[in-house]
Write a protein that binds this ligand. Sequence first.
Ligand code: ZN
Length: 303
Amino acid sequence: MPLVTSKEMLQAARAGKFAVGAFNANNMEQVQGIVDAAVEERAPVILQVSQGAIRYAGLDFATAMVKTAAALADVPVVLHLDHGTDFDQNVLCLRAGFTSLMFDGHAKPYEENIATTAAVARIAHICGIPVEAELGQVLQSGVSAEEVQNAMTNPDQAADFVARTGCDSLAVAIGSVHAMTSAQASLDMTRLKAIAAVVDIPLVLHGSSGVKEESEVEAIQYGIAKINVATMLNQAFMDALRQAVAADTKASDPRKFLTKSRDAVKETVRHKMRIFGSSGTVTASGFISPATQHRSADLGHIE
Ligand SMILES: [Zn+2]
């Protein structure tokens, strides 16, 4: 089916207490692995491209790959801009056909973050496209616990920020950190509950590769409706690639190796969709049903 926007998808997720996985993709094998898992799991899915992915693949290639994968799938697929750095980047992605945007204004003063987020939301909404915003900051790995604490989203600002920007979903900083290679971060559930009490739009968790799966499941109960997964997918891709190359150092056909990476991405995505409760939420006609009986969360590890 054609790409869909993330608006109704994420609203259904918050209402139904599940989360839609937002998976970062940089190449064709990753796009295919993610969408194949979504089709098999009957799960809605968000494919997101970062600034790095746009620099690597080029905006036109990134857009075309995800559009093609969506057209071949019978579950809803969203093409989302992850951490759009400025107003111009968001406009370019809107023009390219993205069906979900993000403006990340964490580095700007509060009032400037509001002004630019509101400007992005205004033009995106004219085209029927929703916008994710960020309040507080999800930092990069290597920071101290004190720095993470100081960058957390202020619940007292959250309602004001959402009302004045018109954003459709809100990325919150509640203890997770980007690019962690093991699950060591603990989430501030009290803070999340305080934010969810004053903000009724879907909330977004970044940096999930560093978060325990039990904490993800708990956070979903308190309003997290979109969970971003990147580092874990890259690890799965590269681990499979290294193993395949080590097992056969002579073969020259890259397909022999990249098939293993694509399968590893697919199984990692499948596992996360089951944890997030999004598996089985797409009906035969392609609609997302929060009332669908979810599979129980499978906390087992991937083989
Ligand atoms: Zn992020």
